[in-house]
Design a binder for this molecule. Structure first.
Ligand SMILES: [Zn+2]
Length: 364
């Protein structure tokens, strides 16, 4: 968290720069000076990178705002040296929605390119004299700056539309497949193509550009983990929360001291607790909050002052895939489960993972 520079919120979405982003400037400085460039050249290249990444931010906002239309929030937009990421809280099941969200990013760069077009002195670059052309295109200068920004926006569209799942083009590919076959099969096919493209990028990158190698690694692992998540979701299909919930759990009282809870944590495998009184669920005490409170207020503090009161309750009859998505959405993954107004269980990620392990073992 602290490794990212926060740039504030725009349209309610947090924008941040990952610390590795600054390595890009070292990389650029190296390239400029290796080609006998001057400090002025470095200045223009740096301004260009900033302008380009502003376009990338707009691209990510395209995804985020399209997702918002379908009620999907965005955790943050993060800038990395290899590009931007809009961290959506979930990927929609509906292929049409995924298609629109995936296309919205590149569409923004098309719009930027169209807006820049009238200002691009194209006649200076569409010439037959290769020597003069090379002179005008070598390095970034005030003369070719707009031309390069225009060209890079078109390149961004082209590159992102390569069907290397989970890049934009790969999502479009998956969404189109998913209109014809199950989402699980569509994802499996998109993942295979994505990994193949990643391998290609990796090999080409080894001989041309180190950034392409890094992108290849991101694509490979991105495709891999999203494929697994979809396969797991399909294993949960047809089950209720009741099937996976924990029924053997400790309820703590709002008046209990933190020391009581620590004792319980140490003698069991439980970490998070439902706080209730007379069958009335009042909140959840997360171990993460407990540790902080322990440092700040000591072990005699009562649970009531530390617990989270704004909580989501699940119903025993809720479909398990929905609960799983709910669990993945936040970073505190522990929910009380209710039935007819009574607390009957709790659900956390560990238990769903256990459930998945057993399902996988007897399904295949
Ligand atoms: Zn994109």
């Amino acid at each position: 968290m602290s490794a990212s520079l926060q740039l504030g919120r725009y349209a309610g979405i947090k924008v941040q720069i990952h610390w590795t982003f600054w390595l890009l400037f070292i990389f650029i400085a190296f390239l400029v000076f290796a080609n006998d460039g001057t400090w002025i050249d470095l200045f223009w290249h740096s301004v260009f990178i900033l302008a380009l990444f502003l376009c990338v931010v707009f691209h990510e906002f395209g995804h985020a705002l399209a997702a918002r239309r379908y009620g999907i929030g965005t955790r943050n937009i993060t800038l990395l040296p290899i590009g931007g990421v809009a961290n959506l809280k979930e990927i929609p099941d509906n292929p049409k929605e995924e298609l629109v969200i995936a296309l919205a990013g590149p569409a923004v760069n098309v719009v930027i390119a169209l807006l820049l077009y009238p200002f691009v002195p194209l006649d200076q670059f569409l010439i037959d004299d290769p020597e003069l052309l090379e002179e005008r295109l070598t390095g970034i200068t005030s003369d070719n700056f707009i031309f390069y920004l225009f060209a890079m926006n078109i390149a961004l569209v082209a590159f992102n539309m390569i069907p290397a799942f989970p890049m934009d083009g790969g999502r479009v590919f998956r969404a189109l497949l998913a209109t014809r076959m199950s989402r699980v099969r569509a994802t499996r096919a998109a993942t295979a193509l994505g990994k193949f493209m990643a391998l290609l990028f990796f090999l080409v990158g080894l001989f041309t550009n180190i950034l392409l190698v890094i992108i290849a690694v991101f694509i490979w692992f991105g495709a891999h983990s999203e494929n697994i998540a979809i396969q797991q979701l399909s294993l949960l299909e047809g089950n209720d929360v009741r099937d996976a919930m924990i029924t053997d759990f400790t309820i703590i009282k709002p008046t209990d001291s933190l020391q009581n809870v620590i004792d319980r944590i140490l003698e069991s495998t439980e970490q998070d607790f439902v706080v209730a009184e007379n069958e009335n669920v009042l909140g959840i005490l997360y171990m993460a909050d407990l540790s902080v409170a322990l440092r700040e207020k000591g072990r005699d503090e009562v649970v009531e002052n530390v617990m989270e009161k704004n909580i989501i309750k699940l119903n025993a009859g809720d479909p398990l895939p929905t609960a799983y998505k709910q669990l993945k959405r936040g970073n505190k993954n522990f929910f009380p489960v209710m039935e007819n107004g009574r607390l009957v269980g709790v659900l956390d990620m560990n238990n769903i993972n256990e459930f998945l392990n057993f399902r996988a073992a007897y399904d295949y």
